[in-house]
Design a protein around this ligand. Structure first.
Ligand SMILES: Nc1ncnc2c1ncn2[C@@H]1O[C@H](COP(=O)(O)OP(=O)(O)OP(=O)(O)O)[C@@H](O)[C@H]1O
Length: 268
């Protein structure tokens, strides 16, 4: 179990774009938060800072008490293995089976030779890969090629692949954006129930507010890289959320933070 502590991180890209502006929050081990904000508000950049795909230009991120921002080499790799990511774009290897894709989660990056995975995998890895597929109700399609699965099924395999890492933390970036509502709901149910059962800490970005209402225990929202909401979902009104998105056009146009006058009081 690992907690996440984000200490006033800012991210300014080389072209001058300030994607994050002194964002700070703490998420206890085993807790979950839904991250909201209009297009370009900084959600993906924040998630990328949380697994060191991006380095903040100021501030620091601690995961399980370890400073991720300064970690390098072996300690960074070890920490990253404990942070699973689920993306909107499901990048399974198309010509491998669901089972092989899940196995790839544990071994592929180290070994590189996809074709020999099934041969070199230990019996324990193979059993655990099957268990991960069972967790997302995909064991019955284990031998089916990834590119013949539906979008929802592929995302469930992608979640199983993440579980194969045995992560303590899951970062999910728009995991249901490419799915129809029913498939999206199923994926969210699975993601949430698995994370709760395994005591994982989860941050998930969502654009769909009704889905966010169902799953979000806590909302963190960004406007133009600034945190404007950080509160238990019950304390965030529909008007707060609506206003967050109503300002999207203005925010994208001028780069200001027009929402700051609105939901700034919504902090627990
Ligand atoms: N590598 C980069 N170089 C320069 N600017 C970037 C880079 N990556 C992101 N940005 C900018 O940083 C800001 C935040 O982008 P980010 O992708 O984090 O937003 P987002 O909230 O995830 O958006 P969306 O909901 O559309 O995915 C945007 O203005 C974006 O154009």
């Amino acid at each position: 179990m690992r907690d996440i502590r984000v200490h006033d991180i800012s991210k300014v890209f080389p072209n001058g774009t300030r994607a994050l502006d002194k964002v700070g929050f703490e998420l206890g081990a085993g807790e979950s938060a839904v991250l909201l904000g209009h297009n370009g508000s900084g959600k993906s950049t924040l998630l990328r800072c949380l697994n060191a795909l991006e380095r903040p230009t100021a501030g620091r991120v601690e995961v399980g008490g370890i400073n991720l921002t300064s970690a390098r080499g072996a300690s960074l790799r070890m920490l990253r293995r404990d942070i699973g990511v689920v993306f909107q774009r499901i990048n399974l290897v198309p010509n491998l089976s669901a089972f092989q894709n899940v196995l790839f989660g544990a071994m592929g990056r180290q070994r590189g030779l996809l074709g020999s995975l099934s041969i070199t995998a230990s019996a324990e890895d193979r059993a655990f890969a099957m268990h991960c597929l069972e967790r997302v109700s995909m064991a019955h399609l284990a031998s089916q090629r990834a590119d013949t699965l539906s979008g929802g099924q592929q995302q469930r395999v992608a979640i199983a692949r993440t579980l194969m890492q045995r992560p303590s933390v899951i970062l999910a970036d728009e995991p249901i954006a490419a799915l129809d509502p029913k498939a999206g709901q199923r994926v969210m149910e699975l993601l949430w129930s698995v994370a709760r059962d395994e005591g994982m800490t989860v941050i998930c970005t969502l654009h769909n507010l009704s889905v966010a209402r169902i799953y979000g225990e806590r909302f963190i929202a960004l406007v133009s890289g600034r945190k404007v909401i950080d509160a238990p979902a019950a304390k965030v009104s529909d008007a707060d959320l609506k206003a967050l998105y109503a300002d999207a056009d203005t925010a994208e146009d001028d780069g200001d933070a027009p929402g700051l006058s609105m939901p700034q009081a919504v902090n627990a």
